[in-house]
Design a binder for this molecule. Sequence first.
Ligand SMILES: [Fe+2]
Ligand SMILES: [Fe+2]
Length: 135
Amino acid sequence: MALMDWSDKLDVGVDNMNHQHKKILSLMNNLYEAFEQNKEFDQFISILDELKDFTIKHFAEEEAYMESINFEGIQVHKGIHQQLLEKFTSNYQTITSERKLTQEFFDFLKFWLSSHIQGIDIKYGKGLVNKNVAV
Ligand SMILES: [Fe+2]
Ligand SMILES: [Fe+2]
C-alpha cells in the first residue's frame, strides 16, 4: 500500500516543483513499501539516503525559485524548511542507531507532505498568480 497518492491538492502550480514533489512522494512510498514488506534494514537505508539527499536538494532549489520570483514569504518558508530538516535528521539518527523504521516516522513524512506542500509550498504558486507573473 502507498503511504500517500499524488492528488491535485498537492499541485503548487509550478511544474518543476511539482516534479520534485512527485519524486519525494515516490521515494517515501518506496520506503513505506519496504517497511510494510519487512525488508532488510540495509535496503531501507539506501532509499532513506536518497530521500535525504533529494530533499536537501529540493529545499535549496525551492528557495532559489522563491528568490527568483521575489516571493515575500521566503524567510518564513526557509525557517520551516530548516525545522523540517532538523526533524528529519533527528529521525534519521534514531533510525540508523536503532536500525529500524517506525510508524511514527511515516506519520511525520505524511504530515510533511500533506501539510507542508498543501499549506506552505502552495503559497509561492499563489504568490505568482497574485503578482501576475507569467509562468
Ligand atoms: Fe517548501
Ligand atoms: Fe517543496
